[in-house]
Design a protein around this ligand. Structure first.
Ligand SMILES: *[C@@H]1O[C@H](CO)[C@@H](O)[C@H](O)[C@H]1NC(C)=O
Length: 422
């Protein structure tokens, strides 16, 4: 009896507690639905706003982004020959040189470079004969008037790739094309103007002599984007870079390679048979046969290559900046995202995301095999690293288009500890 009662009581209690729980959860449900509804509304508003922003970005973007059908393959980024190291971080800095993009040395240990302010300068050796240790003298002011250039709102040179032959500097200039500077007379002349070809060059960048010096091979990064629109050029996916062959005697110019994803640095192999061309936008070096101008090989790299220069070992130094990341690889796949970014951010904002503090130097052989890599992940010696130049004393001059110094690396000091193979 008492058992039954207990049970009854219990059952009543449980009933009442059940029903109250039921009421509570119904109330909670109503509340939850309220929260859910608000959340849904917020999500909708955010999505619509993002969608609208996206649409606006797409619409006002200064470029139409193209799909990339030759995506960069995945690379073992931090392994093997690309393993992270600090071998490009200790050396000497020569300060007060803004944006030395390329360097060349003459027979008297003088260095020559072009700067961001348009000047071409000579750096003498020190009194003790140390290369890079002496005075800096301006050979050309950067002002050139009355001739065609790619940026008529500025009318100022931007010397980039530089070569030396018979007391004459040959300079690729982003605004004026290809120039010569006579080192005896200091006379500057336009050798090839950007509009000597059709369509006109917008971003002349580098040059190299053929074996024997009959021809000059010239690069134009793009005939659409000038040097100030580099970030748009990257995001657009447009590959309109070209290489020209200029006959120094007849002055005839011929387009020999087209459709490059930026035609940046250029070098000739030691045997004179191939051109090595940096396609910066795809983080690769293209090896092209000099007779047929057909591609022999694409060499993929974990960063964006710039100038390439031969060395006395018979191999090549490839300077590179802005290592590939998951994001940069991802962006390749989505042209509409790239285009919308172009509309929503300013060029400077986009350009700031280019990691110019993180740089790498690759040693490559003539077949495109990467033999070693040296890293400077935090701008110790490099910024916008654009060239490594072997000096006559065996050291390497490191130059960068956005650096405010030139640096010199003693390779002997950067041998990995415990590596007996070097
Ligand atoms: C640049 O030079 C051209 C002619 O050589 C001239 O028409 C133009 O006004 C100049 N631009 C500036 C900003 O001085």
């Amino acid at each position: 009896m008492s058992k039954v009662r207990q049970r009854a009581v219990k059952s009543t209690a449980s009933k009442s507690s059940n029903s109250s729980a039921g009421q509570n959860s119904a109330q909670e449900n109503v509340e939850n639905f309220g929260v859910l509804a608000i959340l849904l509304r917020v999500v909708t508003i955010i999505s619509v706003t993002i969608g609208l922003l996206f649409a606006v970005g797409l619409n006002i973007s200064p470029f139409t982004a193209l799909p990339i059908d030759d995506e960069m393959p995945a690379l073992p980024m931090n392994e093997g020959v690309f393993a992270e190291n600090e071998r490009l971080t200790s050396g000497i800095k020569i300060n007060n040189l803004l944006g030395p993009e390329s360097v060349v040395e003459d027979g008297n240990n003088n260095l020559y470079t072009g700067l961001d302010d348009g000047r071409i300068v000579r750096i003498a050796p020190s009194n003790e004969g140390e290369i890079g240790g002496g005075q800096v003298k301006t050979l050309f002011s950067g002002k050139l008037s009355g001739v065609y250039n790619t940026m008529p709102d500025k009318n100022r040179t931007r010397p980039l790739g530089i070569r030396l032959k018979d007391n004459m500097l040959y300079v690729a200039d982003a605004a004026y094309g290809f120039l010569t500077l006579n080192l005896k007379t200091n006379a500057l002349q336009v050798l090839v103007a950007p509009n000597d070809v059709t369509p006109a060059m917008r971003f002349p960048d580098d040059l190299v002599f053929s074996e024997g010096g009959k021809y000059l091979y010239l690069t134009d990064v793009s005939h659409t984007y000038d040097i100030r629109n580099l970030a748009y050029s990257v995001l657009s996916g447009l590959c309109d870079g070209r290489v020209f062959r200029f006959n120094l005697k007849t002055k005839k110019i011929k387009t020999v390679v087209t459709g490059l994803c930026s035609a940046n640095g250029i070098e000739l192999t030691h045997d004179g048979r191939y051109l090595l061309i940096s396609e910066t936008l795809r983080s690769r070096v293209r090896i092209v046969d000099i007779m047929t101008f057909k591609t022999k090989k694409l060499v993929h790299l974990p960063a964006m290559p710039d100038n390439i220069r031969r060395n006395s070992k018979g191999t090549y130094w490839v300077a590179a900046s802005n290592p590939r990341t998951g994001q940069s690889d991802y962006l390749q796949k989505y042209p509409i995202v790239r285009q919308a970014i172009g509309g929503l951010l300013t060029h400077d904002q986009i350009f700031k995301t280019v990691n110019r503090r993180s740089n790498m130097l690759f040693e490559m052989d003539s077949r495109g095999k990467i033999l070693q890599s040296l890293h400077d992940r935090d701008g110790a010696l490099t910024h916008g690293f654009s060239q490594a130049t072997e000096l006559s004393d065996g050291r390497l001059a490191l130059s960068g288009y956005s650096s405010n110094f030139l640096s010199i690396l003693n390779l002997k000091d950067s041998i990995p500890i415990g590596d007996g193979s070097h």
